[in-house]
Design a protein around this ligand. Structure first.
Ligand code: ZN
Length: 158
């Protein structure tokens, strides 16, 4: 077990290093690195269990393009993909992505700020095709997310 000071130092080095070497440029690199540090902390994982990638599907031209952060469970190898829709705002919840029950596109299924939010989501029965998700169980972005196919009735708003 490493000390808090050592882990804090490692996190700062991680952000500096990844900002400098990012293939996506300094600004994107810093957003990716900060997102990884924030997700690792939220889930109690170490930084080597988080990978990030640009989210080409939800791209914008405004600053702070969305970041996909994948957390890999060190015990089971299971992976969870989180969306930081506005990575420059680091007080915003992550959106846990998973398959839409209707179109199977990767869409936001839960807001996750910390481990207990993920626990609450995992304890719920999955949404089945035809279900109308209750407003407080899926993020507001569920219905408007770009992850739905064009014909998905859950994504009919956009
Ligand atoms: Zn869908």
């Amino acid at each position: 077990m490493t000390s808090l000071a050592e882990r804090a130092h490692a996190a700062a080095v991680y952000i500096r290093h990844n900002t400098a070497v990012s293939p996506h440029g300094r600004h994107r690199g810093e957003e990716h690195a900060r997102t990884a540090v924030r997700l690792a902390a939220a889930l109690g994982l170490s930084l080597d269990q988080i990978t990030t990638a640009p989210d080409w599907q939800r791209r914008r031209t405004t600053p702070g393009e969305p970041v996909l952060a994948t957390a890999t469970c060190p015990d089971t190898g299971e992976q969870y993909v989180f969306l930081a829709r506005f990575p420059i705002y680091d007080d915003e919840a992550f959106e846990l992505l998973g398959p839409c029950p209707e179109c199977s596109g990767q869409v936001p299924l839960a807001l996750v700020r910390h481990l207990a939010d993920l626990g609450t989501y995992l304890a719920r029965p999955p949404i089945r095709p035809g279900d109308i998700p209750e407003a407080d169980t899926v993020p507001d972005t569920f219905k408007v997310d770009e992850g739905h196919t064009g014909t998905c009735r859950y994504g009919e708003i956009h």
